[in-house]
Write a protein that binds this ligand. Structure first.
Ligand code: PRP
Ligand code: MN
Ligand code: MG
Length: 181
């Protein structure tokens, strides 16, 4: 396997920039939920790094839970066939839920998750995402906490994968063209 850095064309966000963005988000979240007992819900697998660094940037104790849903598959995104592969362990009735994502691309993943969670009678459901691609959005997602708006390019690292690879890059970057062939 080649060195991971050789796979990148361009670094979009360094580790320092990512952590600074998450620190800023954590300050906003901490202020908004002060005294409210918020549950962070990460969406597997991309959000693993974001949840772990975002929750450690919080000044008070925050519980986490996880959901995994089947992905649309690149060719059939519009079919919207989604099912739950791993559901929450937590009953979120009357709970304040913060759904944490690595990226909002088309918005289809989050629109399905939000609809699903809202049916469970949560006290509130909000979204925190490290990255958002405004040009790619097909469904409007009202994300309250956003780290960075980025161009509509394919990016990997810090949880984001290309065919399950490069999630363990510390930065976020675009893949070099030779990686696709
Ligand atoms: C990626 C990413 C988001 C979603 C965003 O997950 O982590 O969850 O796609 O795309 P959307 O806004 O167009 O729905 P993916 O389905 O690749 O699964 P993963 O998190 O396991 O990589
Ligand atoms: Mn994901
Ligand atoms: Mg993926």
């Amino acid at each position: 396997a080649e060195h991971m850095g050789d796979a990148l064309e361009r670094v979009l966000l360094t580790e320092e920039e990512i952590l600074a963005g998450l620190d800023r988000m954590a300050r906003e979240i901490a202020a908004d939920y002060e005294g409210k007992d918020v549950l962070m819900v990460g969406v597997l697998k991309g959000a693993v790094m974001v949840v772990s660094d975002l929750m450690r940037a919080m000044p008070y104790s925050v519980p986490m839970d996880w959901m995994a849903i089947s992905s649309y598959g690149s060719g059939t995104r519009s079919s919207g066939v989604v099912r739950i592969l791993k559901d929450l362990d937590t009953d979120i009735t009357d709970r304040h839920v913060l759904v944490v994502e690595d990226v909002i691309d088309s918005g289809l993943t989050l629109s399905w998750i939000l609809e699903n969670l809202e049916l469970r009678g949560a006290a509130s459901v909000e979204v925190a995402t490290l990255l958002r691609k405004p040009e790619a959005q097909k469904v409007e997602i009202d994300a309250k906490y956003v780290g960075f708006d980025i161009p509509n390019d394919f990016v990997v690292g810090y949880g984001l994968d290309f065919d399950e690879r490069f999630r363990n890059l510390r930065c976020v970057g675009t893949l070099a063209p030779h990686m696709y062939s």
